[in-house]
Write a protein that binds this ligand. Structure first.
Ligand SMILES: Cc1cc2nc3c(=O)[nH]c(=O)nc-3n(C[C@H](O)[C@H](O)[C@H](O)COP(=O)(O)OP(=O)(O)OC[C@H]3O[C@@H](n4cnc5c(N)ncnc54)[C@H](O)[C@@H]3O)c2cc1C
Length: 495
């Protein structure tokens, strides 16, 4: 039962990446103006603010990797580079009047639901305390860099860098460089480093499927076509169809439409065409199906291994020494710079950036640890009233993040509007609705590619610590439709 204690804000949004910006724009449109965005970084854009390594770019065509309500007619390339996406985030923050409501350089360390007053109490790293009726987590899923579990990683005497926190004061020209990891970021940065370094040693645990990318400057005619009525819509429709077929349909409906097999054939042909040495080619050939983990898209990654100054090492790493990387076979690769391209702590029980404590002092990470990762429609959980996730478990289908952000935001705004109409101070999804959704995901998941035997060899971050893959078995269209049609009776609205 709520008393009259008024919170500082109606809504606090944690994170000012595209999710936070998208939520804020939609809240304003819905007439919810009292919100605050709290962002740990010193700028907006999230992923594209933090990841500035050479070659960083999106893997989804720019026509799809943008808000439907803010489509740019002037992307410079079919696949935007990181700095262009960062500029797009800045543009959206300004155009939609969000910037004055963003607090940068501020980190939320914990948030606790106050059961008596129906509000969230947040503690910031600075010691400041903030209260909000509703808490929306837009803290991202590829946010916290994952350190490799390798002995001696702190003992290296040279320069150590993470791809996710690139140090632009370091010049790699003429240096001996080692990179650990061959995931999606490594695919983009390796060709750039190889072009300047004296020598580059690439340490690979699991090869990645690398597919060709139609990455070209946007022809003037295409840019012009986007300015004529309907032009943007046509480009977006074609792009969405391509993304839908290559990502969600291939991975989520693999047993129905085995398109991923075609992807594998393309990947193998690309390897044959690009890599000259058959031994190196064999080492670069994945032994798992294409969709088991996120593939790379790059036109120069594979051919980089033809260069004389690039060496691929597949012997497992034993340890890092003060001078380089030692493998279990006993060789020591001495280098000046060590680059960790070892990914992120992805959606899992320990991936939250701050402690979220719901009713009965239950923390979200403990809830997930005991009950497996879950969230109703990927958005909300019983026991965590007035709390919403933009990219919760079983929310993301694998297409453009913008489709996800807009669908989840629609879901959240519907709840907030109903709460406003009913003067409710507490909104909580029912246990029955959450259970029904989780059961549906479990029942349907057999069509996903992830349950192929070969996926066990992929070392894929899609799998969580329970062995589940918390991706939504659905198409983007279904996700969008359900965000508009889910029964509001699945929530309890009380005052
Ligand atoms: C290198 C790279 C390439 C990618 N390429 C693609 C792609 O091709 N297609 C695609 O769809 N997706 C891609 N992604 C995924 C990308 O993360 C999403 O597309 C999207 O940018 C996520 O936006 P977000 O706002 O949800 O999260 P983020 O962009 O991660 O933003 C979250 C923000 O929250 C802040 N934050 C987190 N915790 C706190 C806290 N406790 N206190 C204060 N602030 C906090 C962080 O500082 C961060 O700025 C890529 C990701 C990476 C890392």
């Amino acid at each position: 039962m709520s008393t009259t204690t008024a919170p500082d804000h109606d809504v606090v949004i944690v994170g000012a990446g595209f999710s936070g910006i998208g939520v804020a724009a939609k809240l304003d449109k819905a007439g919810v103006h009292d919100y605050l965005l709290i962002e740990a970084g010193d700028g907006v854009g999230g992923t594209w603010h933090w990841n500035t390594y050479p070659g960083v770019a999106v893997d989804i065509p720019s026509f799809s990797y943008q808000f439907s309500f803010e489509q740019r007619p002037d992307w410079t390339r079919t696949y935007a580079r990181g700095h262009e996406l960062k500029a797009y985030a800045e543009h959206c923050a300004d155009k939609y009047g969000i910037r004055p409501k963003i607090r940068l350089n501020s980190t939320v360390v914990d948030a606790t639901f106050d059961d008596e007053h129906d509000l969230w109490r947040l503690n910031l790293e600075s010691g400041e305390r903030i209260t909000a009726r509703f808490l929306i987590n837009a803290g991202g899923v590829l946010t916290i860099p994952k350190l490799p579990d390798i002995a001696g990683v702190d003992s290296f005497d040279g320069i150590t860098m993470y791809t996710a926190r690139w140090d632009h004061t370091q010049d790699l020209t003429g240096k001996r460089v080692a990179i650990i990891g061959t995931g999606a970021s490594a695919v983009q940065v390796i060709p750039e480093i190889a072009a300047v370094a004296e020598h580059l040693t690439v340490f690979q645990r699991t090869p990645i499927w690398c597919l060709p990318k139609y990455d070209v400057p946007l022809p003037r005619a295409a840019r012009w076509a986007m300015r004529v009525p309907g032009g943007k819509a046509i480009h977006r429709l074609l792009s969405q169809a391509y993304v839908e077929l290559t990502f969600p349909v291939s991975a989520q409906y693999f047993t129905v439409f085995p398109l991923a097999k075609r992807g594998e054939a393309i990947g193998k042909a690309f390897l044959r065409r690009e890599v000259k040495d058959p031994v190196v080619r064999d080492k670069l050939t994945p032994r798992y199906a294409v969709g088991c983990k996120r593939p790379g898209f790059h036109n120069a990654y594979l051919s980089t291994f033809n260069r004389d100054n690039v060496e691929l090492v597949t012997d497992p790493i034993d340890k890092i020494t003060p001078t380089g990387v030692a493998t279990v076979e006993g060789s020591l690769h001495e280098v000046d710079v060590l680059i960790l391209a070892t990914g992120f702590k992805v959606l899992d029980v320990d991936s939250l950036t701050y402690d979220i404590v719901g009713r009965g002092a239950v923390s979200l990470s403990r809830f997930w640890e005991e009950n497996r990762l879950q969230a109703y429609e990927g958005v909300s959980l019983p026991g965590f009233p007035n709390f919403f996730l933009v990219c919760g478990p079983y929310g993301y289908v694998g297409s453009s993040f913008f489709a996800l952000i807009e669908a989840q935001t629609h879901h959240i705004v519907r709840c907030l509007k109903r709460a406003e109409r009913q003067r409710a101070t507490r909104v909580e999804v029912t246990e029955a609705a959450n259970e029904r959704y989780f059961d549906e995901m479990m029942r349907k998941r057999h069509t996903q590619i992830f349950w192929q035997d070969s996926c066990k060899l992929a070392n894929s971050y899609y799998f969580d610590s329970h062995g589940d893959v918390p991706l939504r078995r659905a198409t983007t269209l279904e996700t969008v439709w359900r965000s508009r049609r889910f029964p509001l009776a699945d929530y309890r609205f009380t005052a």
